[in-house]
Design a binder for this molecule. Sequence first.
Ligand SMILES: CC(C)(COP(=O)(O)OP(=O)(O)OC[C@H]1O[C@@H](n2cnc3c(N)ncnc32)[C@H](O)[C@@H]1OP(=O)(O)O)[C@@H](O)C(=O)NCCC(=O)NCCS
Length: 189
Amino acid sequence: MIRLRAFEPEDATAVASWVSDIEALTMWSGNSGFSWPFDAGQLMAFHAESERRTLVAVEADGTPVGHLSLKPDVPGWSARLGLVMVSPARRGRGYGATMIRDALAVAFDDVRVHRVDLGVYTRNAGAIALYERLGFQREGVQREVTRVNGQWWSALTMSMLDHEWRTNTTLGRSALDRATGAAPSSGTG
Ligand SMILES: CC(C)(COP(=O)(O)OP(=O)(O)OC[C@H]1O[C@@H](n2cnc3c(N)ncnc32)[C@H](O)[C@@H]1OP(=O)(O)O)[C@@H](O)C(=O)NCCC(=O)NCCS
């Protein structure tokens, strides 16, 4: 069982320790401006940015196991989901799906954006499969936008719209409840 809470500077050391090399750093953070070797200081400085809402997934005992951020655009119509990562030791347990679903609840139910989008490298088949399973749609590919270890990487843009969120049957009972008004929305974020 995990829950989302706001990122705190003390989380930075744990989160930075999940990034093993420059490929993992780029796969996670894209063109966010981090450099290798990555460290907690870079993450703390990055999150000092005010408009980005950064969330950490924690287990029942408070151990941080995941990280993501939501960056609303200026009119507030859309939000960019980014910096999605689960601790390597905790992958494959459904934590990624849970924390993304909870972040979507924050974006669509609390912030009330019309659209959530994200960028994922085309080589990141696991993450793309997860986003598709959650209901994200493919929009298009930016060809060869990033260069890592002498290789060009292309990035896929994916998105979900608010009406898709409300009627999405793969997101679990809470989304269905919101669509039908059968229960109050979950208190995440
Ligand atoms: C992508 C990531 C967040 C997924 O977290 P997770 O907790 O392992 O994901 P979950 O356990 O909730 O879901 C697993 C599902 O995701 C997909 N998936 C995740 N990693 C996968 C992999 N390595 N290979 C194949 N499928 C994978 C599958 O659809 C899988 O579905 P299944 O449970 O039916 O098999 C995690 O692998 C991660 O942190 N990766 C490194 C950082 C990164 O690439 N972030 C995405 C940036 S856009």
